[in-house]
Design a protein around this ligand. Sequence first.
Ligand code: A3D
Length: 320
Amino acid sequence: MARNKIALIGAGMIGGTLAHIAAQKELGDVVLFDIAEGTPEGKALDISQSAPVDGYDSRLRGTQDYADIAGADVCIVTAGVPRKPGMSRDDLVGINLKVMKAVGEGIAKHAPNAFVICITNPLDAMVWALQKFSGLPTNKVVGMAGILDSSRFRHFLAEEFSVSVESVTAFVLGGHGDTMVPLTRYSTIAGVPLPDMIEMGWSSQEKIDAIVDRTRKGGGEIVGLLKTGSAFYAPAASAIQMAESYLKDKKVVVPCAAYLDGQYGVNGRYVGVPIVIGEGGAERVLEVKFTEEEQAMFQNSVNAVEELVEACKKIEPSLA
Ligand code: A3D
């Protein structure tokens, strides 16, 4: 039986980490593509040389040639530039939109049947543009953000409640950015919603509000600490969960930037919502009912995505 093939477009901090995790999990053979000569080759060789120690047999290679991604089952896109301190995700639009054009055309030509996971920021606009540039079906192009945002939320909650991260579920919706919508009433400690945990005296509303705020600014906190780039371990782990669910048809339900075709009242845009990921890609959107306050937060987030999409259309009229 042929091995799966995973193409990583962008072999920077997240790309290298993706390659390492994918190889360790033996999800398939890995091709690292990057325009920076030597970077993908060097990382592929370095990771390959850890395989005998760790005992896995995935084959890795680096390339500057799109032809080498031919037949990929999954493409994970991190090509572009990350944020530096003082930059918002939106500052990246102009630069990364051009990159999405090149990447979209490369995938369309060489790996048109792949499940494509976009990570490049500003996420909700870049995944929209990537789908347009590539022309792939909307169910085969998704954005990674919600798993990362909810994983950050879960980490902070596990610390607050002094419980295992495995006992915490979290529900984060909306665009990836400061307008994301962490839904506390759908976030639980072993199935017990956070408002009930507060009532039981395990935490306070103030503490949970502070955690929500920290989650929203979670990416910026790391940019401020690292100073030379943005988070890469947790973003890579999150995208691998999506790739694995597709390749193994696991049908995990996770928040992702998914194409909405009327769900949540949104048409033709990518917004963070819970979806089922299986062999069909983004198979189904889980549509929950909002309270009035949640609806307002979600709409705020959708408006922020819309502004970014409009900015993209101005820069690249072919997207209009
Ligand atoms: P970095 O380490 O700079 O890697 C980006 C790589 O892309 C570099 O190696 C570049 O050489 C390469 N590249 C640039 N242009 C092209 C091109 N045209 N074709 C192929 N490769 C190219 O960044 P990173 O890995 O830390 O981050 C990558 C992206 O992910 C950035 O846009 C970040 O803002 C974004 N990011 C998103 C999240 C989300 O949760 C959505 C989290 C963290 C980072």
